[in-house]
Design a protein around this ligand. Structure first.
Ligand SMILES: Nc1ncnc2c1ncn2[C@@H]1O[C@H](COP(=O)(O)OP(=O)(O)OP(=O)(O)O)[C@@H](O)[C@H]1O
Ligand SMILES: [Mg+2]
Length: 343
């Protein structure tokens, strides 16, 4: 039961995570909703809905309401959010209204914030705050950002990559790229289509990335795996073998885009803070940090040390929780710019 408890929510384009103070991350589910096309009734949310992606009959659609780091379907996002907040307490009714800290994708506009606010109110929040993703990621990665010392965080999510230099509890310079794991998956799907005339779904593309994908193939064994899809010439199902180096070939351009975003922020970083980053290195968070060799690629390209956070997929959710506990301290030093109260 929530006794005026704090809840942190990472509303990501790929995954939604719920953090409850004192309990940690209590829920982690894909940001996918299956709805009935006609009645707009929700059929399934989360992992169950993800299994339906690309596999639904005509009247049901499995959708990802947050796409490319923005809210693509306002209505469904609100329903999904409400569902996750209510599940945070194991499905029981919230007896005492909680405080919420929500991290939303960086591309979300003021209008879209309304969806989050409405969902928060509907779910019974006493107050709700929004936090920017790089800040939450840094807090969740355990960085002490309250000091006058620069830290650099690169959060590679599903829809967006957020690059930021933080100091004194605030963001000094940053860039948000509409490129993340989804674009990497798409690049793999396109490559397989081009090279083999084989149509595969996004999920197969993502599986390939996780299984044999690499950002930095040097010194790595050239593993291979079998995949299935539909042959575009014969129209029949077919299996092929794909090698690691091919997947690298497919995704390298997308990764170069991320690397250039990081370099751009480094170029804009004030010299004193740049010196701090040389000492501390770059911290990688988000699911994209788990891509094999991503740290080595960034390190080679920037000449800096690159460290993958302990639990990159949970950093933002943990950070939202930390932010609620440390709100007074952080907002005092950053003059309230880091948070935005919405309810
Ligand atoms: N082991 C892995 N190797 C490569 N990529 C991975 C791995 N595990 C997860 N990912 C990728 O990480 C991405 C999801 O990361 P994350 O949950 O941080 O995104 P998100 O927070 O939902 O998105 P965003 O921050 O853009 O809104 C997906 O693209 C997924 O394919
Ligand atoms: Mg994220």
């Amino acid at each position: 039961m929530f006794c005026g408890t704090d809840i942190g929510l990472d509303l990501g384009t790929a995954n939604v995570l719920v953090y409850v103070k004192g309990k940690g991350v209590v829920l982690q589910e894909p940001s996918v909703v299956a709805i009935d096309r006609d009645s707009r009734r929700i059929i399934a949310v989360g992992a169950e809905a993800r299994r339906m992606l690309g596999r639904t009959p005509g009247n049901i659609v499995a959708i990802r309401p947050l796409c490319d780091g923005v809210i693509a379907d306002y209505d469904v996002t609100e329903k999904m959010l409400r569902y996750f907040i209510s599940r945070a307490d194991g499905g029981r009714k919230l007896l005492f209204r909680p405080r919420l800290m929500v991290c939303i994708p960086s591309g979300v506009t003021g209008v879209e914030e309304r969806a989050v606010r409405q969902a928060a109110v509907q779910a019974g929040a006493k107050e709700a705050h929004l936090i920017e993703e790089p800040l939450a990621a840094a807090l969740g990665a355990g960085l002490d950002i309250s000091q006058p010392s620069g830290s650099m965080v690169v959060d590679i999510g599903g829809g967006t990559t957020d690059v930021a230099v933080l100091s004194l509890g605030g963001i000094v310079c940053s860039k948000s790229l509409r490129v993340g794991g989804d674009k990497v998956d798409e690049a793999i799907v396109k490559y397989i289509r081009r090279e083999y005339n084989l149509a595969i779904g996004e999920r197969t593309g993502e599986d390939l990335k996780m299984e044999i994908g690499t950002a930095y193939p040097e010194g790595e064994e050239d593993k291979s795996t079998d995949i299935r899809g539909r042959d575009l010439v014969s129209g029949l199902p077919m299996a092929i073998t794909v090698r690691r180096r091919q997947i690298h070939e497919a995704i390298k351009e997308t990764l170069e885009f991320i690397v250039s975003g990081v370099k751009e922020v480094l170029e804009r970083t004030p010299p004193e803070l740049a010196a701090d980053i040389v000492n501390k290195g770059i911290i990688l968070t988000g699911g994209g940090a788990l891509l094999n060799g991503m740290d080595r690629l960034l390190s080679k390209e920037t000449g800096l040390a690159v460290l993958v956070a302990e639990d990159p997929l949970s950093c933002v959710a943990i950070g939202t929780g930390c932010a609620l506990s440390n709100m007074a301290i952080i907002s005092a030093v950053s003059k309230g710019k880091a948070f935005k109260k919405i309810v």
